[in-house]
Design a protein. Structure first.
Length: 108
């Protein structure tokens, strides 16, 4: 039952991860064009190196330039925060259940 859920929910998680990456790319591109000085202050983040300078402060609610963003960028930032808040714990639980499925008695 649990393994079935993990197998069936994996494509949904992959799709949401893809959406998250697209949103992050658009967020960073618009940040670069709208607030170039804030983008430079964050260390000129790119989608592959954005976790420390953008995503972690965004999730913790400590993004200093949040008030300077346009309304569409603030909405995109809230969506990014939701994606990370849901996907990170999902992948942790998924990985632990797959790793310890025998010990938890999830397979015969």
């Amino acid at each position: 039952m649990v393994i079935d859920f993990l197998v069936l929910s994996a494509p949904v998680a992959v799709a949401f991860t893809f959406i998250y990456l697209v949103e992050l790319r658009v967020f960073l591109a618009r940040l670069r064009s709208e607030l170039p000085e804030a983008w430079r202050d964050m260390g000129s983040p790119t989608p592959g190196r954005a976790s420390r300078s953008v995503v972690i402060p965004l999730v913790l609610g400590e993004l200093k330039q949040f008030a300077l963003l346009s309304s569409t960028q603030r909405a995109r930032a809230r969506r990014l925060r939701a994606y990370v808040t849901v996907l990170f714990p999902y992948y942790i639980v998924w990985f632990l259940l797959v790793l310890f499925r025998r010990e938890l008695g999830l397979i015969g």
